[in-house]
Write a protein that binds this ligand. Structure first.
Ligand SMILES: *Cc1c(COP(=O)(O)O)cnc(C)c1O
Length: 366
């Protein structure tokens, strides 16, 4: 069987180095807020060319903490609105509503799957404080029009960079495009930990200090609490593993692009709509390879019979979830259509050529 994502193989590719780093932390006897996190934050900062990096417990917390800090700083308040793509993983939206802010959903561009930048302006009201960009499936979304729009209406740009670490727009890395960004190191992401992990990058020093304090019980100095904070920290073990794997991220992302390009070149089936590779290939890190098919469920069953695992990113749009009952009657036709038709094929830095060829043949025969 071809797995959707072989995490064991992905991590065993760097077995010696990772085991060495794990052993050092284990024997060192210091497990939180130590030198491994400091080192990883520094290396991630250099990699992204960000001004500030704060390691946190997971990707959802990274995003939640950004909004929470803006609220503590008086830049946002409960009831303010944040424009966010309707076509995203629910975590993007949870981070907004968890802070008492109102997610205002925006339809995607059907070819890029990302937010349709031309549809943002009509959604802006006097309460709008930010635009959240989600670089979905690993493809960066940004433009000078978007930047100008945010500047004109004094909106913060927050990036959900959970799926696109390493992607670039005009030579600038995702995570350094907006005012602040959330990263996820969930094991299945392009830079995956051996458990949960996340990070915030941001431009402003005061925002960075506030996020760091909130993530540590609201305290910058032990037993002195400025905010009603939470406990959301990246631990030393995860930081050491991530710091080691960061060295290979570009090579791994390039392998993903090679597989994506192979799929694009060799899949020929008029029942299937292939995704688009942007002209600037560096703007896509191919976190997932998403095809569309009117008979998606039939295609998935067929692939399962052929021994090929596939996943749906995602089967139910956020506005149709029970958790967001208040949005259930809203209509986002493009988002809904995408959710009905998408299917993600296996893609990873450790796939064998013969596996990729086998998948192509199977799909061409569907
Ligand atoms: C994975 C993901 C998150 C959440 O990250 P966790 O580390 O799992 O909390 C947020 N947004 C998007 C788009 C994601 O894919």
């Amino acid at each position: 069987m071809i797995k959707f994502l072989d995490l064991q193989k992905i991590n065993l590719a760097y077995q010696e180095q990772i085991e060495q780093r794990l052993l050092e932390v284990f024997r060192g006897g210091w497990y939180l807020l130590g030198k491994e996190v400091e080192k990883f934050e520094r290396n991630l900062k250099d990699y992204v060319e960000a001004d500030h990096v704060i390691g946190v417990a997971n990707g959802l917390d990274a995003l939640r903490l950004i909004f929470r800090a803006y609220i503590e700083l008086g830049i946002m308040k409960a009831g303010d609105e944040v424009i966010v793509p309707a076509n995203t993983y629910i975590a993007s939206i949870l981070a907004i509503s968890d802070n008492g802010l109102i997610p205002v959903l925006c339809e995607p561009d059907e070819r890029s799957f990302n937010i349709d930048v031309t549809k943002i302006e009509p959604l802006i009201t006097s309460r709008t404080k930010a635009i959240m960009l989600v670089h979905l499936y690993g493809r960066a979304v940004f433009s000078t029009d978007l930047f100008d729009l945010a500047t004109r209406f004094q909106l913060k740009i927050i990036e959900d960079n959970a799926q696109a670490i390493g992607a670039e727009w005009n030579g600038i890395k995702t995570g350094a495009l907006g005012d602040a960004a959330g990263f996820s190191f969930y094991p299945g992401k392009n830079l995956g930990a051996l458990g949960d992990g996340g990070a915030v990058t941001c431009k402003d020093q005061v925002l960075a200090n506030t996020i760091r304090a909130i993530a540590n019980y609201g305290s910058s100095k032990k037993y002195v609490n400025i905010y009603k904070g939470l406990n959301s920290r990246l631990d030393e073990i995860q930081a050491a593993v991530l710091d080691e794997k960061l060295k290979y991220l570009d090579v791994d992302n390039e392998k993903r692009r090679e597989i994506a390009n192979y799929y694009l070149k060799h899949i020929h089936n008029n029942k299937i709509l292939l995704p688009e590779m942007p002209t600037d290939e560096k703007s896509h890190v191919c976190h997932v390879f998403v095809i569309r098919c009117i008979n998606r469920d039939e295609l998935q069953r067929y692939l399962t019979e052929k021994g090929i695992q596939s996943l749906i990113h995602y089967p139910i749009p956020p506005h149709k979830q029970e958790a967001y009952a208040e949005y259930n009657t809203l209509s986002f036709p493009l988002t809904e259509k995408i959710h009905e038709e998408v299917l993600s094929l296996p893609i990873s830095p450790v796939m064998e050529d013969r596996e990729v060829r086998y998948i192509v043949d199977a799909i061409n025969q569907f």
